[in-house]
Ligand binder design. Structure first.
Ligand code: SAH
Length: 261
């Protein structure tokens, strides 16, 4: 190689018998990483979740098998254990296994549980991060995650635990005081409760809030409201999942930055 040759990027080998845990981003296929695209081009089987956009799946190798790991006909999601076992079994048949998740695999995506199960089973794996819904969704909603004048921190929090209740392990009081911008994933089920907790912890009832649904897709909806009115406005607008709640002064900047929807 001469000094004038540009440095080249070589894609890592997607070896048969291995699993790639890959983030598919929030929807728009343009937000896939080059590694995610590479994995789609090479995988023998794709184990995917409900949140993975159909247009992303359409980028797969034409003879790749699709294996749905989400909710089936209204029945509860496949058990996490079952999914990990399925990944291990597929890898042991010498397939290139692509485990494709919405957003980022390690952000409320149980990617950590699958990675540990794979390691314990001796199955080699690679993790490919994706654009998480909060970052993709805020960008497409025209709400900056940080803004020098407004916030030096932000928090991503789950509004839902495995049992479907508001997570008890979240310290809502500490959170309310620590992060001017708060994005609540899986927020629709407990919108009123989340807002009440934040207001009880000192956040203003009339603080700007937004519900961002189906972000980065043609069906993106952004409902700008206040903390106190978020639940009623979401109900009135019949917002459908997936959706996040965004709270904080940065929401008000959408008026000046809106570009997508
Ligand atoms: N691993 C994913 C999150 C999975 S939890 C990630 O990193 O994005 C599922 C939650 O993500 C949904 O309840 C919703 O709050 C959020 N979400 C995912 N995709 C979304 C989208 N396109 N628009 C709005 N919220 C989304």
């Amino acid at each position: 190689m001469s000094k004038l040759d540009p440095p080249s990027f070589d894609f890592p080998d997607f070896a048969p018998g291995s699993v790639w845990l890959v983030g598919a981003g929030p929807g728009d296929p343009g937000l896939l990483t080059l590694l995610a695209h590479h994995a789609l081009n090479h995988a023998d089987v794709i184990v995917y979740d409900a949140l993975v956009d159909r247009r992303v799946l359409a980028l797969r190798r034409s003879d790749a098998a699709l294996d749905y790991a989400g909710k089936r006909g209204g029945r509860p999601s496949a058990q996490q254990e079952d999914i990990s076992l399925r990944l291990i079994r597929l890898a042991r048949t010498d397939k290139r296994v692509l485990r494709l998740k919405g957003g980022d695999p390690f952000v409320f995506g149980r990617g950590g549980e699958e990675a540990i199960a794979l390691r314990e089973a001796g199955v080699p794996f690679r993790v490919v991060p994706g654009i998480t819904a909060a970052l993709g969704g805020l960008a497409y909603a025209g709400i900056p995650a940080t803004h020098r004048d407004l916030n030096q921190s932000f928090a991503f929090v789950s509004g839902h635990n495995t049992g479907g209740a508001l997570p008890q392990r979240v310290d809502w009081d500490a959170l309310a005081g620590a992060a001017p911008t708060i994005v609540v994933y899986m927020a629709l089920g407990h919108l009123r409760e989340v807002a009440d907790r934040l207001i009880a912890a000192g956040r203003g009832a009339d603080e700007p809030a937004a519900i961002v649904a189906k972000a980065t897709t043609a069906e993106q909806r952004v409902i700008v409201t206040t903390l106190a009115h978020a639940a009623a406005d979401a109900e009135q607008a019949a917002v459908a999942a997936p959706a996040m709640l965004v709270v904080g002064p940065a929401v008000a900047l959408r008026d000046r930055m809106r570009w997508f929807d």
